[in-house]
Design a protein around this ligand. Structure first.
Ligand code: UDX
Ligand code: ADP
Length: 463
């Protein structure tokens, strides 16, 4: 089937950029991205491109080129489903916060709602593509719902997991390492796979488009994220050992990374990984393994999360012990709140947990992040439910400028590796702080020698 109309349900960090790129690369396909959230859709339609709801380098240019030509953002979900031959489901699948599997399993409520809506609206055959990361065998659940509509519409379910990383989403979409498409082994299933292959083949070479069965595709996504997160936890585990032994984790990472079997990427020790995927996907993997009685498999992967939690906690503990065992009433400036640079996404960011620990010790936390707004920072802290919103507001202050954030502070903590932090006037910052002036660099971003020459007491991760 030649695809002329695509609908994507969910205009978030995955759906928005992915569809924008598909539309830009395939001018002959009409792409409509729908979402229930009117504010989000308004922001995607804003003529001021700096107001797009997702901050991604290069995204504004792609949207500018395609929007209104063959890329549309709307809240009319039914109409977009009706018109499309291919429907991507790109809604959020957070970790469950209630009931069976609470804190572990993926909450599939939004996925099921989408499937039911497609079932209700569809009048002709559709290919439904899972884009969100899902537990293995979710495709079967979607298929069950769709096949019981009783309106003789045929549905093919494909799994097409997204491997883009935030901050480099546009680059990752333009030249992916691979595109993975899983589908049914029947001839109908193979035809559906070919339709989606043809969409990507507009800009991705065919040898990079892998096709598998649905279950392999679903599990590959969880596996890829688990392996990536495991590398970060592995190097973070070594960082603590480095601090005790006099080794330097950056040197160790370089030395092992030159082994072509290990490779040099994803070996940066940090205050801990964040983001919407790693923790959620591993918890989900652990839950699935346990549900099959594979307790050793579950324990093995759970350790990646335990290590990550430890890394965040030991960062805050070190700040407290270094500041003479009390931070009560002391101002601590945070540079960065996003879970990594070049994104405004804060989901599971280490900054949230470090701030929460310090506030529990009555520290006054002043935050500056170039892309994250005050309302988001407050809502991240409130979500933890460690204290009331009123109390959080007493302890957290969001500054619109880094120099204001650091003024009269006892210490600076670097939580995100934004490039601009390297170019600040560190002498001016030093002069405006209380002495001794401490820097806790959770990203090993700054120049130790330069800062120590100015007079800072500088501590990084793993040395
Ligand atoms: C990840 C996967 O990389 C991507 O393929 C998948 O589609 C979604 O999940 P993302 O969460 O956007 O992408 O960012 P990623 O670059 O993987 O970073 C995740 C976290 O790990 C960040 O907090 C980052 O700062 C941290 N990290 C990464 C490190 O601490 N050290 C590293 O060496 C690499
Ligand atoms: P991701 O990182 O997976 O893209 P986001 O939370 O950024 O996750 O985006 C998911 C989007 O899906 C949200 O904007 C949410 O409003 C939208 N959404 C969730 N359920 C539905 C639904 N049933 N119909 C339309 N949009 C939905």
């Amino acid at each position: 089937m030649m695809i002329k109309n695509i609908c994507c349900i969910g205009a978030g960090y995955v759906g928005g950029p992915t569809m924008a790129v598909i539309a830009q690369k395939c001018p002959h396909i009409k792409v409509t991205v729908v979402d229930l959230n009117q504010d989000r859709i308004n922001a995607w339609n804003d003529s001021d491109l700096s107001k797009l709801p997702v901050y991604e380098p290069g995204l504004d240019k792609v949207v500018e080129e395609a929007r209104g030509r063959n890329l549309f953002f709307s809240t009319d979900v039914d109409q977009a489903i009706d018109e499309a031959e291919m429907i991507f489901i790109s809604v959020n699948t957070p970790t469950k916060t209630y009931g069976v599997g609470k804190g572990m399993a993926a909450d599939l409520k939004y996925i099921e709602l989408c499937a039911r809506q497609i079932a209700r609206v569809a009048k002709n055959d559709k290919i439904v593509v899972e884009k969100s990361t899902l537990p293995v065998r979710t495709a079967q659940a979607i298929k069950d719902i769709l096949d019981h509509t009783g309106n003789s519409v045929n549905f093919q379910i494909l799994s097409n997991p997204e491997f883009l990383a935030e901050g480099t989403a546009i680059e990752d979409l333009f030249s992916p390492d691979r595109v993975l498409i899983g589908g049914d082994t029947s001839s109908e299933g193979q035809k559906a796979i070919e339709s989606l292959v043809a969409v990507y083949a507009n800009w991705v070479s065919r040898d990079k488009i892998l096709t598998t069965n649905v279950w392999s595709s679903e599990l590959s996504k969880l596996t890829a994220n688990a392996f990536l997160a495991q590398r970060v936890s592995s190097i973070n585990a070594m960082s603590e050992l480095c601090e005790k032994t006099g080794a330097d984790v950056s040197e160790v990472a370089k030395a092992i990374g030159m082994d072509s079997r290990i490779g040099s990427k994803f070996l940066k020790a940090s205050v801990g990984f964040g983001g919407s995927c790693f923790q959620k996907d591993i918890l989900n993997l652990v839950y699935i393994a346990k549900s099959y009685g594979l307790n050793e498999v579950a324990d093995y992967w759970e350790q990646v999360i335990i290590m990550n939690d430890h890394q965040k906690r030991r960062f805050s503990k070190n700040i407290i012990s270094t500041l003479y065992n009390t931070v009560s009433g002391k101002k601590i400036a945070f540079l960065g709140w996003a879970f990594k640079k070049d994104t405004n996404d804060t989901r599971e960011s280490a900054a949230i947990y470090v701030a929460d620990d310090l506030i529990s010790e009555q520290a006054l936390v002043a935050v500056y992040d170039p892309q994250v707004q005050e309302t988001q920072i407050l809502s991240d802290l409130n979500y933890l439910e460690s204290r009331t919103e009123m109390e959080n507001k007493k302890y957290i202050h969001v500054a619109s400028n880094p120099y204001v954030a650091v003024e009269n502070s006892h210490a600076i903590a670097i939580l995100t590796e934004w490039d601009e932090f390297k170019d600040y006037d560190w002498q001016k910052i030093y002069d405006s702080m209380l002495k001794p002036a401490f820097i806790f660099d959770g990203r090993n971003l700054l120049n130790k020698e330069q800062l120590e020459n100015i007079g800072f007491v500088y501590q990084s991760i793993g040395s």
